[in-house]
Design a protein. Sequence first.
Length: 336
Amino acid sequence: MTILHIDGLDLRYATDAGPAAALTDIRLRVAGGEAIGIVGESGCGKSTLLKAIMGVMPRNATITGGAIRFDGTDLVTAGAEAWRRARWKGIAMIAQSALNALNPVKRVGAQIAEAITAHETWPRAEVEARVAELLALVGVDPGRARDYPHQFSGGMRQRVLIAMALALRPPVLLADEPTTALDVIVQDQIFRRIRTLRGELGFAMLLVTHDLALVVENCDRVVVMYGGLVVEEGTVADIMAAPSHPYTLGLYNALARPGQRHQPISIPGRPPDLVDPPAGCRFAPRCPFALPRCHTEAPAMQVVSDGHAARCLRVAEMDTLRPTAALPETWEGPQP
Ligand SMILES: Nc1ncnc2c1ncn2[C@@H]1O[C@H](COP(=O)(O)OP(=O)(O)OP(=O)(O)O)[C@@H](O)[C@H]1O
C-alpha cells in the first residue's frame, strides 16, 4: 500500500540569475516498509526532494506544481499546519551531519526527550523510559543519556540522530547521506543497525546518497536523479542487471566491483545549470551516446520492463550500448 505519493512535483529556487528548476515533475510512490535509494551526483536535487517532503524548504524555494500525498492528505495544498502534524510523527529525517544537528550544550538524552515532548505530552517517567529504549535500540548504552554530544564519537552521534528520528515511531524515514562524515567501518555498522531497525519497526525509508553500492545493500528500489529529474527507476535487481540510462551506466562505472578490469571511470563534465537547463535531454551534453535529436527532444520516461523505466530516447538500444559504456575510452573521446 502506498504511504507516500509524490505526484508531478515541481520546485523552483529564486536565485540572482533567475528561477532554478531544482525539481521537475518528480513522481514517486513509496509503499509501507519499502526502502528506496535516491542516487545522483551533487546538485541533482536529492536533498531538495527530501526537504520538500519534510516541508522544510529554504525561503527562496517554491513548489510550483504537483502534490506530496501522505496518509491521504496532499501536504502541498493542505499547508503548513498539516505539514507540522506530519513531521516527525509521520515523516522523520536523519540529517547529514550530527555535529550541526545536535546542540553542543545540551545532554544527549534531553535532546532525544525534546524530540518527543515537542509533539506529545507524555508523563516525564514515560519520556525517560522511551529515551532509554531509543538509545538501546540504536546501540548506545542508555547510561550515557547524561553525556554531551562532544563526549560521543561521530558514529555514536549519528546513532543519536537516528534515535531522535525514530522517537515517535514514524512510518517514513528520510535519510540524507546519513554516514558521509564517517569512516567506512562505522558507516557499515550504522547501516547494519538501520537494516535491523527496519526489520523490527517496519518503516519505509528514502535514502539519499551518491553511492550506488549503499543502495544495493540497503534498498529495494532505486531512483536515479539528474538535473532535477528522475532519469531512471526500478528495483535494485533490475537496475543492477540492466542499467538503462547512460547516466546510470556512468554511475555504475564508478562502482568498485570485484573482478573489475579497470579503475572506476568517472563521468566528465558537470550537472546542468538549472536556471537555463539544456533544451533536450539534460544529460545529452555529457552523454557519449547522444544523437543530434537528444539535444532538442526532451525524453519522457520510457518503460524498460514492468516497474523499470528510463528517461532516454535510446532506451531500446541499451542492450547493445551497455558493453561500450563499460569502456573507459567511451567516456573520454568524442561521442561515438
Ligand atoms: N537555497 C538554495 N537556493 C538556490 N539554489 C539552491 C538552494 N539549495 C540548493 N540549490 C541548488 O539546487 C540544486 C539541487 O541541490 P540539492 O542540494 O538538492 O542537490 P543534491 O543532489 O542533494 O546535492 P548534494 O549531494 O550536494 O546535497 C543545485 O543546483 C543547488 O545548487
